[in-house]
Design a protein around this ligand. Sequence first.
Ligand SMILES: [Zn+2]
Length: 453
Amino acid sequence: MRSTGRQRREEALPSADVRRGTVDETFVAARLRELVCEDEAALNRRAVWRAEGICEVIAHTRRHPEIYTVGEAPDDVDHAVRAAVFDLSLRLQTSEDEVRRLICTADTARESLPLLWDRARSGLAPMRFVDAAVGSALRLRARVGATEEQQDYAAEATALIDRASAEWALSLPLTAFRRRLKTLTERLDPAPAEERHVRGLADRRVVVEDAEDGMSWIMALVPTVKAVAIRRRLTSSAKHLQKDRREGRTRDQIRSDLLSDWLCGVGTTTAVKTTVFVTVPVGLLAGECTGLAGDAGGAAGLARLVPGEALNPITALDQAQLVGHGPIDPLTARQAFLDAPAFRRVITDPVHGVVLDMDRRTYRPTKAQRDWLVLRHGTCARDGCTRLALDADLDHECMWAHGGRTDVGNLRPLCPADHVRSHRTRIRYRSRPERSVEVVMPTGFRTTVPPPF
Ligand SMILES: [Zn+2]
């Protein structure tokens, strides 16, 4: 079997960490190695084997529709394929939609993402990663009637997604993988970001989904009676607004606007006062359209995104960022800069001029130190953690009680879960010189720096 990225990262236990070494610990370490390195790879290979098998069945059915149909009608092939999908869904105890999704994933990945598919075949990338990358490939696909230049651009952009995801799949957790993929896809999408945002904005709506035990989701799990009451209040207010004014918005859009206004407390004394950081490149404020999106997919734009450079964090600086969440379109960024007192605007270049060392010899970090760390990290500093730095605790790497200073060189944002683990368990959180945080398990596993983006 080929060695996986995880296997390569297994190292001998550091002697300081095995001071309490016991038989149980060795057992746990050995068992974890087995589970992760062997079972996981076998499961991944099995998932690919199954998806490819399903595609084969469908391809064979297309050639021989008579397996499923009677007579010789012109639409026999369609009926036969639908019947094959149904057959598969019954055998696999899953929905027909799920079978179709699997076929689409496997077909697209084999055709457009050969590197990632190869990783999945060797067991090094779980199917969930392939699913996410296929979503990006489908979004970047050339539309019907595209010019030759547009088709070439779509092919190059997809190849870039393939190279990046094949590399990231080796080390990133799924959430971090998805987030990077989303950022890269947005940078590669030739439609201008404003246009895409306007398109997305038109779809805004409030969805109430039934859950079990008398509960419902409005992306907050609440009792169904309250969910119904919320929706009714939104609907009647929306109806009222539609009657009152010459409304251009649909009822769905009004419901969504009301919900966000109510929750943000717009027009009330309790309106949102927390800080949302938005970094805005200077060029955007002058009204320039920067980033690949603005170049409408021109060759010059793609040249800036060749691998190596594409995955360089510097290129991300010419996009406006909602810190910890990813890029936002220039229109929204400019708007945030102009109004909304709840947004903390930071112009990206001057950020480098922020005073780094603010040793006050006090335990509590200052507001400026916190702001600086939030901007610098965006998320919790631990490898692969995507929780927001804004909500994180500032951890003294060298403890205050042991003489650690309260300055940004000794502070790092750790989400509450990581912060507690760093103090209450034998898991070590080691800051690297560039301030990312490596995790060292007592069982020998170490995280690696996610590849640069
Ligand atoms: Zn964390």
